[in-house]
Every structure is written in C-alpha cells, then in structure tokens.
Design a binder for this molecule. Structure first.
Ligand SMILES: [Ca+2]
Ligand SMILES: [Ca+2]
Length: 277
C-alpha cells in the first residue's frame, strides 16, 4: 500500500510539474495551404457546436484585408470560392489581400449541423479587436444571389500602417478573426469522459489538460464540464484528473462511462461543446 501511495505521489508531482512547464496543444494543421479555416480545429469539415463558429485566418504574409461569402443551406454553412447562390451576377470570391499584393483565393470549408438555426451576428474576434481604424462590412441578407452572407474587412482605413500579422506556419499559428453567432445552441449528443484535448484517446496529456482546465482556467479545448467530470460524480475536483493517472499508472478503476468510446451521457454539470467531433 505504501508502494502504491508512493507511486501515486510521484505521478502527481510529475503531472503538476508538467502542467506548469509543458505547453500542450492538440491543434493540427490540416489546411491545404494558407487560408481560412473555421471551427475549433483546422479540419475541413467542422460540426457546429454551441452558438458560435470561430473563424481563423492563416497566412504566411501580412494581410491587409479579406472578403468572403458564406452560403447557407439546410444543414451547412459553406465558404464559397465562386458564385454565392443561384444568381450569377453576384460573385463572392474568397480573397485575402496579402502583403505581396497577390490575392489568395481558396476553396471553402464547411460547417455541418446547422439545422434550423439562423445567423444572427458576425463579430470581430481577438486579432481584429486589437486593430484600430479598420472597417468590417457584413451583409446578412443579400438582395441578390440567394441565401448567404458576405463579410468584408479592411485593416487600415486610417492609413496608420495596420496589418494582420503573418502567422507562423511551422508553429501551426492561426489568428482568431471572426465569430459567427447562431440563434440556436447546439450541443453534441455524445462525450468521452477524460479526453480533455479531444484527440480521441485518453493519456497523460489529458490529465495535464484536465488539471489546467479545472484549476488554472487554461488550455480549454471544449466548453464541457461533463467531460471534465472523469469519475462521473457530478463534481469537479482533484479526484477527476487523479482517476486518469491511477487508471494509467496504477491499474486503478477506469473513468466513468462514456469513456472507452464516445457515448450518450447524463450530467448535472452541463456541456455546451462535445469533445466527440
Ligand atoms: Ca486525449
Ligand atoms: Ca468528478
């Protein structure tokens, strides 16, 4: 028993030191080239969760502005690179104006799971909020071209030399530029307890991310307290990341179901964003 306690103490010291010193990232850089991706990761198709769709921008050149069209269909938002809607007179090319003067057009991504939701707002997000003297134009109900939205952004109306900085491609960097708000909140129907970074497996990284989520408020990959409740007791405590460690290193009991695979769940803790994407 003393030996088990000693091992657990070592594991805890290990995890807390890692939680302070190690940067954990589950981001993947799946974009084919520089361009716009949306969602909490860079997969080409992102299932809509919650009521906000974050839009990210990657470009290895400085950016002076962008314009793009979003087509709304029954179940998807699609970033279109050509015509938006049935009216050919209305062309919305997805363009990023870069520092080298070359416009960058790109194929669109899709967000699925829209259901009956409607877009209510398009807002500037963190990267653009830092810039003063800029301009954002949003057309939520185009008169021509069918169902869709156009978003146009100019970085420097006041000629103060504003730009959106280049992103570091090797570091998988992305700028959070816009948030699209929907009038409906979508919650994933399934979760996997303990997969705190949502990469499909439960390992020591998840214990670190859980600790950071619970006690430092950092590395939040998902807005889902039910997923952080690893032992399923409807409380968020130190016991939750410890369950992962004890299961991993001391052959202890596994996390509560759903754990080995994504599955339906009941929780009093709430979950606005499923970790099963
Ligand atoms: Ca994981
Ligand atoms: Ca718990």
């Amino acid at each position: 028993m003393r030996n088990v306690g000693f091992k657990l103490s070592c594991a805890l010291i290990f995890i807390f030191s890692l939680s302070i010193s190690t940067e954990v990232s589950a981001q993947t850089c799946d974009l084919p080239d520089d361009g716009i991706a949306f969602g909490s990761d860079f997969n080409e198709t992102h299932r809509i969760q919650g009521n906000k769709i974050p839009i990210y921008l990657r470009s290895t050149m400085k950016v002076h502005g962008f314009s793009f069209g979003i087509q709304i269909s029954e179940d998807t938002l699609t970033f279109k690179d050509r015509t938006l809607g049935p009216d050919d007179e209305r062309l919305f090319e997805n363009i990023i104006s870069r520092d080298d003067g070359k416009p960058l057009s790109f194929e669109g991504n899709q967000a699925t799971g829209l259901g009956d939701a409607a877009i209510t707002k398009v807002e500037k997000a963190a990267t653009l909020l830092e810039i003063q003297g800029d301009f954002l134009a949003v057309d939520i109900a185009p008169q021509m071209g069918g169902s869709g939205i156009t978003v146009g952004y100019l970085v420097d109306l006041v000629q103060a030399g504003n730009v959106i900085p280049a992103t570091d491609d090797e570091a998988c960097e992305a700028h959070h530029i816009l948030d699209i708000s929907l009038d409906t909140v979508f919650v994933g129907k399934e979760i996997r307890r303990g997969d705190c970074n949502g990469d499909g497996s439960v390992n020591i990284n998840d214990a670190i991310v859980c600790v950071r989520n619970l006690f430092l408020g950092t590395n939040k990959f998902f807005d889902c307290n039910a997923m952080l409740d690893v032992n399923g007791d409807n409380l968020l405590t130190t016991a939750d990341p410890i369950v992962i460690l004890v299961w991993l290193f001391l052959e202890g009991a596994p996390p509560a179901d759903p754990f080995r695979a994504c599955g339906p769940f009941e929780s009093e803790l709430g979950c606005n964003e499923s970790n099963c994407i």
